[in-house]
Design a protein around this ligand. Structure first.
Ligand code: NZQ
Ligand code: ZN
Length: 388
């Protein structure tokens, strides 16, 4: 295990009806709030009305940034920054999934910065401060509700980039599983894949002597797998929705499950390049790429893949070589994604060979990616080819 520090300042308020506390949670931060949300799911579910009513009762003045896109765009972030400055906003409340929360984080940091907020995403500046923000989560997937990361798309340049800072951890996040009942099946599946992928990025590591971290990762994966079928069979299953939601938060909350481990993140970087060009849902892209990344890299540490196959998928090693067990675990992953209805080929999105070089070039723009196996341009291109 490597040396590490861990801090996570986000207060989690979990439970059915928790959003009723929003007024008292927001009020200590000020009375002028920017409410950030997406294309309308919160209006259809009634959450918008309830949230507004509770905030107004608490004496809060609400301004709004509506229409945050899935794969949120820089132009929207800039609109939010302008609104914050115009109305002297004191607190940002994000109500939605990862896209809404990420946009809110970028706005929070951008307001406190004199230059172009995109500087944070291309390494030209680091965040020195941010407006406080909080979230009401409506989709279990990214972990953005309890981490300091955000991912934004510069659509005109076809770039999707992340930034991170302790300053943009939400001050609180409300996790009410019943708010995810209305998530459509495809986004529920994308969320399941995203949560599992976050664990993969941390679990497939070369760091030695991390038994607790490995078991934490395996537990999250098993819990997601156990709850996938119940959620898909009954989208209003409170226990399964709740377990999935908590798995999403635990999987990516500042690295708690993998403290002291070197992480990989190559597949996420490749997926972001695919989303940047084709605007596909993040979890769907990961479902296609991850099994192919696994096949490409597993020989870097076969024993971790054997452990994965045995402990997560219950694969019996009797009579098989390590390599066969490792491959069986990878195939179990692929089969699971297919069984729950995730896409398995880039062709499912009409993606062909046209932009493979561009995506591979951008993925390694700042050098080789990944740590389980370092990937150069040609490696990334090969994984993309395998995914076509
Ligand atoms: O826009 P609305 O109307 O809200 O609809 C959304 C959107 O169409 C809908 N939705 C959300 N909650 C719903 C709902 N529909 C019905 N009922 C509900 N309760 O779902 C669609 C997808 O939402 P989105 O927020 O885009 O999904 P997700 O949470 O998967 O976020 C994806 C974004 O997060 C980034 C991804 O790259 C992508 O841009 N990521 C952020 C990370 C982070 N901050 O730590 C890490 C991740 O790896 C990821 O990269
Ligand atoms: Zn992800």
């Amino acid at each position: 295990m490597n040396a590490f520090q861990f801090v996570n300042p986000t207060r989690i308020v979990f439970g059915e009806g928790a959003a009723a506390q929003i007024g008292e949670l927001v009020r200590p931060f000020g009375s002028r709030v920017l409410l950030v949300y997406g294309s309308g799911s919160i209006k259809r579910s009634g959450l918008y009305d309830r949230t507004l009513e509770t905030l107004v009762q608490a004496g809060v003045t609400v301004h709004e940034l509506a229409g945050v896109e899935p794969n949120p765009r820089l132009t929207t972030v800039n609109r939010g920054i302008a609104l914050c400055r115009e109305h002297e906003i004191e607190f940002i409340l994000a109500v939605g999934g990862g896209s809404v929360i990420d946009a809110a984080k970028a706005i929070a940091a951008g307001v406190k910065y004199d230059g172009d907020v995109w500087d944070f995403f291309v390494g030209k500046a680091s965040v020195q401060g941010a407006l406080p923000l909080g979230t009401i989560l409506t989709l279990a997937a990214t972990g953005s509700e309890m981490n300091g990361s955000g991912v934004i798309t510069h659509w005109e340049e076809k770039l999707k980039r992340g930034f991170g800072s302790i300053h943009v951890y939400p001050r609180f996040s409300i996790l009410d599983p019943t708010l995810t009942y209305t998530v459509p099946r495809d986004h529920t599946v994308n969320g399941i894949v995203d949560i599992m992928s976050h664990v993969f990025e941390q679990y497939f590591s070369l760091t030695e002597n991390t038994p607790l971290q490995e078991r934490l990762c395996e537990s999250v994966l098993q819990t997601v797998i156990e709850n996938a079928d119940p959620v898909l069979a009954n989208p209003e299953d409170p226990a399964a929705r709740g377990n999935l939601m908590w798995c999403g938060t635990v999987a990516l909350n500042g690295g708690f499950i993998s403290v002291g481990m070197q992480n990989d993140w190559a597949t996420h970087m490749i997926e972001h390049e695919v989303s940047a060009v084709y605007d596909i849902p993040h979890g769907a892209g990961l479902a296609v790429l991850f099994p192919n990344w696994m096949s490409y890299v597993y020989s870097s540490r076969v024993s971790r893949f054997v452990q994965y196959a045995e402990r997560v998928w219950g694969i019996d090693r009797a009579g098989r070589t390590d390599e066969e067990v490792a491959v069986a675990g990878i195939e179990a992953t692929r089969d699971f994604f297919t069984r729950i209805g995730a896409p398995s080929r880039l062709a499912d999105f009409g993606i062909g060979e046209e932009h493979l070089d561009r995506m591979a070039d951008e993925a390694v723009r700042y050098g080789a990616i990944g740590s389980f196996k370092k990937l150069e341009q040609a490696d990334v291109r090969r994984i993309l080819e395998l995914s076509l």
